[in-house]
Design a protein around this ligand. Structure first.
Ligand code: ZN
Length: 206
């Protein structure tokens, strides 16, 4: 989780072109609007490590302001070694990738601060949908307050919340999500009248 001490001992300058990186106090991932490079601040080392950041182009157009919110996206290779429950053991992959025989896909983890229920809902819907979209390199990315390590833990939370939410009384599960090749995708959201917003890729309301 983000370090709230307020101390930041590294200069937030792009390692590639030297431009100042635009960031909020709790951000741990930065996008250089000058040369389109991405970096993650590794707190233990106080070091900026390159990370691939892309901006998704909305599939759904709405007449409303677009705001980008970051997700960590991993290649996932899900293995369930054992699952101890009273009822059926089928269905777990359907709940992750939308298909029973699909074990490999992208795992999406929201990386911005929002209610836990929104993180669960968005992570689940994006991972289940495996959406297709085009990306560009231009924009402003703010609000990425979870590191890739945080995101791996949140992926477990999303996965377990699905498994535990089933009706068959899960008692024990041994699994690995096989997360690799982390990158950041900035997902476009539209602000809705009143409150809340909806993403422009698959249309999840939060
Ligand atoms: Zn730069």
């Amino acid at each position: 989780m983000p370090d709230n001490s307020g101390l930041r001992l590294v200069a937030l300058k792009c390692k590639k072109c030297g431009s100042l990186l635009n960031a909020d106090a709790r951000d741990v991932v930065f996008y250089c609007g000058n040369c389109d490079s991405g970096f993650e601040l590794i707190n233990e080392k106080d070091e900026l490590v390159p990370v691939d950041i892309d901006f998704a182009i909305p599939n759904k157009k709405m007449n409303s302001q677009v705001v980008y919110y970051p997700f960590w996206v991993f290649d996932a290779n899900v293995k369930i070694d054992s699952r101890d429950a009273a009822g059926t053991i089928t269905g777990f992959l359907t709940n992750i990738f939308g298909k029973e025989d699909k074990k490999v896909g992208k795992f999406y983890v929201p990386a911005f601060e929002t209610q836990l229920e929104n993180i669960r809902k968005l992570g689940l819907e994006f991972t289940k949908n495996q959406p297709e979209f085009d990306v560009i390199k231009k924009g402003i990315l703010k609000g990425c307050s979870y590191s890739r390590k945080d995101a791996e833990k949140i992926a477990d939370f999303i996965f377990l919340s699905i498994e535990a939410g089933k009706s068959d009384m899960l008692r024990n599960i041994t699994y690995s999500l096989g997360l690799s090749s982390p990158k950041v995708i900035a997902v476009p959201f539209y602000r809705l009248d009143g409150s809340g917003m909806v993403d422009g890729i698959i249309g999840v309301n939060i």
